[in-house]
Structure formats: C-alpha cells, structure tokens
Design a protein around this ligand. Sequence first.
Ligand code: 5GP
Length: 119
Amino acid sequence: MYDDNNIFARILRGEIPCKKIFEDSHTLAFDDINPQAPVHALVIPKGKYVSMKDFTEKASDAEMAALTRAIGKVAELKGVKESGYRVLANAGVNAHQEVPHLHFHIFGGAALGPMLVKK
Ligand code: 5GP
C-alpha cells in the first residue's frame, strides 16, 4: 500500500523543497538531505511505487527506461561518471528502507569502501 504522505510524495507535489538535479516526465532526481558521501543523489520515479517489486510489476516500459536513463544522467551531471559511483536501492525492513517510495541512491566523489559493513 502506497503512503501518499511519505516525504518523497510531498517533494513530488512541491510541498517540500529539494535541490533538484534532473527531471523529466517520469523521473525526479535531487540531492540527499543527509549526504553519506561527497556526492549523494536520489533518483525517484514520479509514479506511486514503494519498491522495485511494485515498480517492475506495475510501471510502464517508458517509466522503467526513464528511471534507468536518469541514473546514468545524474551520475554524469554530478561529475562522477568517470571517477566511479555506487547505485543502491533499499527495499523493506532488512535493508532499512526509510522512505516508502522507490528511490535509487547514487554515491560518489570519494572512495566508497566495501559494499556492506563487514560483520
Ligand atoms: P532509505 O533509507 O529509505 O533508502 O533512504 C532514504 C533517504 O532519504 C535517506 O538517505 C535520507 O537522508 C533521505 N531523505 C529523507 N528525508 C529527506 C528530505 O526531506 N529531503 C531529501 N532531499 N532527502 C531526504
């Protein structure tokens, strides 16, 4: 069930500001408010999707293509295309997804270390 009052839904409605990086008819990208790397961007679909499961089951091919292209575009716009970056999407409780609207993090601008915290 999609929560219409989640923070990214409110950003999409213009109720909360964001530092926009890129936008097209299906996708919005903006800087994360609490960056975990020198570059930390978020890429979200404009449609109401909670997770990748939701998105891949319900989104149109055009929405999926736009989101994928936006990730590459944002890496370029943020200047990390050549130096390298990490794309990550948290889904559900085990991944600590905080905002229940599908989003891809793009991290870069420095060496990012291991993919997961070693136990
Ligand atoms: P998650 O844990 O769900 O994968 O990540 C949610 C991300 O959204 C976090 O990195 C958090 O800093 C970011 N975030 C939460 N609230 C806001 C906000 O109001 N504006 C922006 N730009 N980012 C937010």
